[in-house]
Ligand binder design. Structure first.
Ligand code: ADE
Ligand code: ZN
Length: 320
């Protein structure tokens, strides 16, 4: 199996439905509306997706729940040949942005990660855009206080329709000063201008999605020239309705224009996908072959928020 590197994975969004149902049963929590009749996560559109996502996270109430979640998620990554993953971690859901609580959750997440040695994991602490800039500041402080060998990045997800990237500049500056790598969701539901704002106002080196940059030629050139790396999640974009099918997805056009890109799953069970399924779909739609997938993995290793020793170890494993 091709060794893979995944840079864009929301920890809660990767929770297998059976895992969430199991915790709900243990805790007697009613999850009506979260799943459809077949047991899949059920949502109509992006706004509803975010609501269902947050409803499902209500069963995750203790550090040990997060230890078990991390283990379950990484076991799936390992089955897909993932050797390194960066997961978005949310102090909002892990102790309500309280630093002492966040430290406990983080320790438990690291324990869960250590239980799956096949996959090396790093955490990108993530603020949630629709929770607003004040929450983002508190989240950034949690990130800065715990920055180190495991928490290596800071990012932002959530509803791109609310506010602007620049509203969160304080949080990103705080994270940058703590030495964290920076990424933000942009060019998913926001157009190309949201990608420009991410570059100008938050000075990120990676963009979560970023695919709608394709609507602006000069921006595509800028991404290519500046080596900005896109964390592209094709299956997510199709299920959330950005593109009618993968053939219409701009990933191949962005690649042909010289934009550095990587492939991830975002929230795999929500989008009925896995890393293997993403690779298979790209092969079927665009004839991407093993050598191109090897390039993608090397780009991901180069863009990973990790230290030089780890990066070299990843590159050596990819070349082996
Ligand atoms: N949170 C989880 N998945 C997300 C996505 N695809 N976009 C924005 N926020 C998210
Ligand atoms: Zn995402």
């Amino acid at each position: 199996m091709t060794p893979k590197i995944e840079l864009h994975l929301h920890l809660e969004g990767a929770a297998p439905p059976a895992f969430i149902r199991g915790l709900a049963a243990e805790k007697k929590i009613d999850l009506t509306g979260v799943f459809d009749a077949r047991g899949h996560y059920a949502f109509r559109d992006f706004g509803h997706f975010l609501q269902v996502y947050e409803a499902a996270t209500e069963v995750l109430q203790t550090p040990d729940d997060y230890r078990r979640l991390t283990r379950a998620v990484l076991e799936q990554s390992a089955e897909n040949g993932v050797i390194y993953t960066e997961a978005f971690l949310s102090p909002d859901f892990c102790g309500g942005r309280d630093l002492a609580a966040w430290r406990d959750y983080l320790a438990a997440i690291r324990e869960g990660a250590a239980e799956v040695p096949e996959v090396e994991m790093r955490g990108i602490v993530t603020c949630i855009r629709h929770f607003g800039p004040d929450s983002a500041r508190q989240t950034a402080l949690c990130a800065a206080e715990t920055a180190g060998d495991f928490v290596t990045g800071f990012g932002m997800g959530g509803n791109e329709a609310i506010g602007s990237q620049g509203d969160f500049a304080w949080a990103f500056d705080c994270a940058r000063e703590a030495g964290l790598g920076l990424t933000t969701h942009a060019g998913e539901f926001g157009g190309p201008e949201s990608v420009r704002q991410a570059l100008d106002d938050l000075r990120v080196t990676r963009i979560g999605h970023g695919v709608r940059a394709i609507e602006d030629d000069a921006l595509v050139d800028r991404l290519a020239e500046d080596g900005i790396v896109l964390e592209v999640c094709p299956g997510s974009n199709v299920v959330l309705g950005l593109y009618p099918d993968i053939r219409r997805h701009p990933i191949e056009r962005l690649r042909a224009r010289g934009v550095a890109l990587t492939v991830s799953t975002d929230d795999p069970p929500f989008f009925h996908t896995t890393m293997e399924a993403e690779y298979a779909a790209l092969n079927a739609a665009f004839d991407w072959d093993e050598s191109l997938f090897a390039d993608i993995a090397r780009t991901a290793a180069q863009a990973a928020f990790c230290d030089a020793t780890t990066r070299q170890r990843l590159l050596d494993r990819l070349d082996a």
